[in-house]
Design a protein around this ligand. Structure first.
Ligand SMILES: Cc1cc2nc3c(=O)[nH]c(=O)nc-3n(C[C@H](O)[C@H](O)[C@H](O)COP(=O)(O)O)c2cc1C
Length: 200
């Protein structure tokens, strides 16, 4: 299975055990657990408390909506998400004000905070989420009749961990990879960064 990540400093177990699987269990996520994911998102901080996020979701109890959502994935993502019990589209409102006049410059940031909350909530319940940027934004816009200001950002597949042997071997290979990260010295500074020496 997934090797335990080696952290340089202690972190919370819910952050430590998080990773992005592609093999999910057939076990359904109870509806109350799904609603707790959105509740965790709901309580995220956001600029001016605008809460610019929206989520459209389906699980396998709702096969028609699940199919509608899976059609919005690019073909590669669609191929491996078939075992996921939960699919969702995360969207943001990019403007603010009753006249929709002002661009909300931090809307994406706020959505990220909300999904961060959701991810940690999921981890606390043994649920794993996999973000996907590989989506069909135009199809989502058309299918869900999005107002111009609302943009789809990512889709997320979720569920309990499954049997890696049940997914194609080329996809399964990544399930065993060690999670790698830059060292803190590459992105955390307590003096003036020398950008000529930094890989970015
Ligand atoms: C915004 C975003 C978009 C991503 N898009 C995809 C995607 O389209 N398909 C995919 O298989 N994984 C996707 N990922 C998952 C990343 O590849 C994964 O998070 C990264 O490799 C780190 O692995 P880990 O989450 O297991 O630590 C995406 C992750 C993020 C945050």
């Amino acid at each position: 299975m997934k090797p335990e990540k080696q952290t340089d400093y202690p972190i919370h177990e819910f952050i430590k055990k998080r990773w992005s699987p592609r093999a999910f269990s057939e076990k359904a996520i109870p509806t109350n657990e799904i609603l707790s994911l959105f509740e965790a998102a709901r309580w995220a901080a956001s600029a001016r408390n605008l809460q610019p996020w929206y989520f459209i979701w389906a699980n396998k109890d709702n096969p028609e909506m699940y199919r509608e959502l899976s059609e919005c994935l690019d073909p590669w993502n669609e191929s491996w998400t078939r075992t996921a019990d939960l699919l969702l589209i995360a969207l943001v409102n990019t403007v603010s004000g009753s006249d929709k006049k002002y661009k909300n410059e931090t809307a994406l940031f706020d959505l990220g905070l909300a999904i961060g909350n959701m991810t940690t909530q999921a981890s606390s319940s043994g649920i794993y989420l996999h973000n996907m940027g590989g989506i069909k934004p135009d199809l989502i816009r058309e299918k869900f009749q999005l107002p111009a200001e609302i943009i789809p950002v990512v889709m997320i597949a979720g569920g309990y961990l499954g049997n890696v042997e049940q997914i194609p071997a080329d996809i399964a290979a990544s399930e065993y990879l060690v999670q790698e990260r830059k060292g803190q010295e590459e992105f955390v500074f307590s003096d003036f960064p020398d950008w000529s020496k930094i890989k970015y």
